[in-house]
Design a protein. Structure first.
Length: 287
């Protein structure tokens, strides 16, 4: 019966694991829903900012604002890599790191010096592991990133860009499209890109004037881009963790079915053997 006891121990272990993964799936589902609400709330504001900037933009005004400076050739760029502080989310963090590596390799292939900034323990751990210098890192941003968190990440980079110390700033983060789709992307937030030719322009009554408004909106637009990346990263992480934990729970359920059948067969074989031994013993006594 040793095999039967071993199977019972394994069944109990898998049942405990399934309880944990099911609980984590439920927690991730709850947190994902709240994160999705923050993503949905952030998008209309970001679109309104883009529309206003596009309507106010003109080549003449662009020369007055450092954040609109379009370098002839980028020599130095900053890449902000967003990852989660935790794992158990499938290939979520690995895919973000892969996108970051591709972006860094592309920029360095163009002769650009890249400064790496990380948000999240997984990205920081990877670059430390490969021996790559990280200019700044943040691991204190929780599940509810705020506008202040976004500002603290990009304010120094905006200052460096305005002084000409950096020629471009990229954010590597997931683009949250749905629960099942959040592909990693590299978004260029600096310099602020001028509107496409032919873009629809709206008429505004400006007070005080376009220069003052643009001076306020451009930094706000960059901070909002960072904030959107943070909230989309949170939503995408919990969506990935929910999927991973659901798969783990389903796999544990399938494993329990197999182990249950194996245990029943082993138990039946043991009973059959015991009956055979009893019958054999009785026959021997009668003989």
């Amino acid at each position: 019966m040793a095999k039967g006891r071993e199977l019972k121990t394994r069944i109990k272990s898998v049942e405990n694991t399934r309880k944990i993964t099911r609980t984590m799936e439920m927690v991730a589902t709850s947190k994902m829903k709240r994160a999705q609400d923050r993503v949905a709330a952030a998008r209309p504001y970001a679109q309104a900012l883009r529309d206003v900037i596009a309507s106010l933009y003109s080549p003449e005004l662009a020369e007055e604002f450092p954040l609109l400076r379009q370098p002839a050739q980028a020599k130095r760029a900053a890449v902000i890599v967003l990852t989660a502080n935790r794992g158990l989310a499938g290939a979520f963090n690995a895919n973000l790191i892969k996108e970051a590596r591709a972006t860094i390799a592309r920029l360095e292939g163009q002769g650009v010096t890249v400064d790496i900034h990380t948000v999240g323990r997984k990205g920081l751990g990877y670059f430390r592991y490969v021996g790559r210098a990280v200019v700044s890192s943040r691991t204190d941003i929780g599940d509810r990133p705020s506008a202040d968190d976004a500002s603290s990440i990009v304010n120094d980079l905006m200052t460096a860009f305005s002084k000409g110390e950096t020629d471009a700033v990229y954010i590597v983060a997931p683009s949250f499209k749905s629960v099942l789709s959040a592909p990693p992307t590299a978004i260029q937030v600096l310099p602020v890109q001028p509107p496409e030719s032919g873009a629809k322009r709206r008429d505004y009554i400006l007070a005080p004037d376009a220069q003052t408004i643009l001076g306020e909106l451009l930094p706000l637009y960059v901070r909002n881009s960072m904030y959107r990346a943070l909230v989309e990263m949170t939503a995408a992480f919990y969506a990935a963790q929910r999927t991973a934990m659901k798969n783990a729970t389903d796999n544990a359920t399938d494993m329990l079915k197999i182990l249950g059948r194996t245990y029943n067969r082993a138990r039946q074989a043991t009973i059959t053997q015991e009956i055979a031994e009893i019958v054999g013993g009785a026959a021997a006594l009668q003989g």
